[in-house]
Design a binder for this molecule. Structure first.
Ligand code: SIN
Length: 484
């Protein structure tokens, strides 16, 4: 543990209900470990459905007052929360690196990214406008107002332990909703630190509640999905779990937002700026050691520039420094768990057994560390074609023409992000329109901004986060018909 982490008062070893840091009703706890070393960072309560029900009751009671606060009051509180996140950026980043493993520079970047959602929704809170509809009859006035959905259940992943919470909570609180959050068991400390700062920002007790659990994740998810007191569920994670929550939420016709898995294509055409495409691929493929839903999974490279692209990509990947996220100069940290390493190994072994060649890396280092890898001669029979690797493996497929690239890119049930590089303006429009995804990066490898809609189509999810559209997910429209 770093000296700074020991000192910080933001490392909370308790859950957060009704404005207080509390234990589980059973008094049980579980350990949170540094994925780079296996060292225990601390412990948090092992909560179960009883605790979750308590948190839901608190959120439900608090909703009565919170939904009546003005948009301005909520906006001011969110602004204060944002300021505190920025003031505490270093401590938050240290906590993030300790429990997630990403390097400190990336963690600092995530804190800024996470905070940007709070700032954005502080501003958007004031813009939840309604409508006056021109009436078709003389004696009636038709008005639409927007109101908070109610209590929101939020389930978040370990890969962005800060930003995936703020992207949801910022919008929920701005709209006037209260929330019960279940952070990933691997990374609860980043989430709990946000609760401490929310307290300091003056966000009233009971507005944000956080239940921590390792063993009871499934039951708590089910409770949130089925409870009549929870009006909306927002989940980021695997498509399998998303489907289950959707099924469970059907019992109460739950409003639901899902940000699920991807299988992003990254296409480079012969007319592309190859150096720019290599830089884009580095960011898009290897950010967070390949552990993002928008990471490119299949690099589709046109035959005319395939060799040049591969050579330049390998040169860049060779320069990576793998190690503990706290170490100076480290560019890539560990994977989150042994299971994650196993999946990467399986994908590489499968590809090699079916004819792929390893141009770089391809080996397990130790513990949760795997070499950043470049695979050539990929074909569609390989597991990487259909499964998201969620690890540092760049898999290069060769294609010959635009139609083939689009067909390959869309040949997946997923549709989160897609990227392509070309300098032909006609092609840019054609391909951007043809890609079956929610987000397209044209000549860029990053699509994540607080002001832009984040989300997928097909089996990658429902709804959008961030942007002006993100607020709508937490608002209901009410039509008022008034006789005069
Ligand atoms: C994710 O991996 O789910 C989120 C990535 C991002 O916000 O850029």
């Amino acid at each position: 543990m770093t000296p700074q982490l020991k000192k910080t008062n933001l490392l909370k070893e308790a859950a957060f209900i009704n404005g207080k840091f509390v234990g589980a009703s059973t008094n049980q706890r579980f350990a949170v470990k540094d994925p780079a070393t296996g060292e225990v960072i601390g412990e948090v309560p092992e909560m179960d459905v009883t605790d979750c029900k308590k948190a839901i009751d608190v959120a439900s009671n608090t909703l009565k007052t919170w939904k009546k606060t003005t948009a301005k009051a909520r906006s001011d509180m969110l602004e204060r929360w944002y300021d505190l996140m920025i003031e505490n950026k270093e401590s938050l980043a240290q906590i993030l690196t300790a429990e997630n493993g990403k390097n400190l520079t990336e963690s600092r970047g995530e804190i800024e990214y996470g905070a940007s959602f709070i700032k954005w929704f502080a501003e958007e809170a004031r813009r939840a406008y309604g409508d006056v509809i021109p009436s078709p009859v003389a004696d009636k006035r038709l008005i639409v107002i927007q109101q908070p959905v109610g209590v929101v259940g939020i389930v978040t992943p370990w890969n962005f332990p800060n930003a995936m919470i703020t992207r949801k909570l910022g919008a929920a609180l701005a709209a006037g909703c209260t929330a019960v959050v279940k952070p990933a068991h691997e990374t609860p400390f980043s989430a709990l630190a946000l609760c401490e700062l929310a307290n300091q920002a003056g966000i009233p007790e009971g507005v944000i509640n956080m239940v921590t659990t390792q063993k009871h994740t499934k039951d708590i998810g089910k409770e949130m999905a089925e409870s009549e007191k929870v009006h909306k569920l927002s989940f980021t994670g695997s498509t399998g779990v998303g489907k289950l929550l959707m099924e469970q939420g059907a019992s109460t016709i739950k409003k639901i937002s899902l940000e699920l898995g991807g299988n992003a294509p990254f296409i480079v055409f012969n007319d592309a700026d190859v150096d720019a495409a290599v830089e884009g691929a580095i960011g898009s493929k290897f950010r967070n050691t390949g552990q993002t839903c928008v990471c490119s999974n299949r690099l589709l490279i046109q035959s005319g520039i395939y060799d040049e692209f591969a050579k330049k990509l390998v040169e860049r990947v060779k320069k990576f420094k793998v190690g503990h996220g706290f170490e100076e100069g480290v560019t890539h940290g560990p994977l989150i768990s042994e299971a994650a390493v196993e999946k990467v190994k399986r994908h590489v072994d499968d590809a090699v057994s079916k004819g792929a060649s390893i141009a770089q890396g391809g080996k397990h280092i130790k513990g949760n560390f795997y070499e950043p890898t470049v695979l050539l001669d990929m074909n569609t029979s390989m597991a990487i074609t259909t499964e998201e690797t969620f690890g540092p493996v760049a898999a290069l497929y060769k294609f010959s023409n635009e139609d083939e690239a689009i067909e390959l890119a869309n040949d997946t049930p997923f549709g989160l992000a897609g990227y392509f590089y070309s300098r032909d303006v006609g092609r840019i429009w054609r391909v951007a329109e043809a890609m079956e995804v929610g987000m397209v990066g044209v000549n860029c490898g990053s699509v994540s901004f607080e002001s832009a809609p984040f989300g997928g189509i097909k089996q990658s999810g429902l709804g959008r986060e961030g942007s002006k559209y993100g607020l709508e997910e937490y608002l209901e429209k009410k039509f008022i018909c008034m006789s005069i």
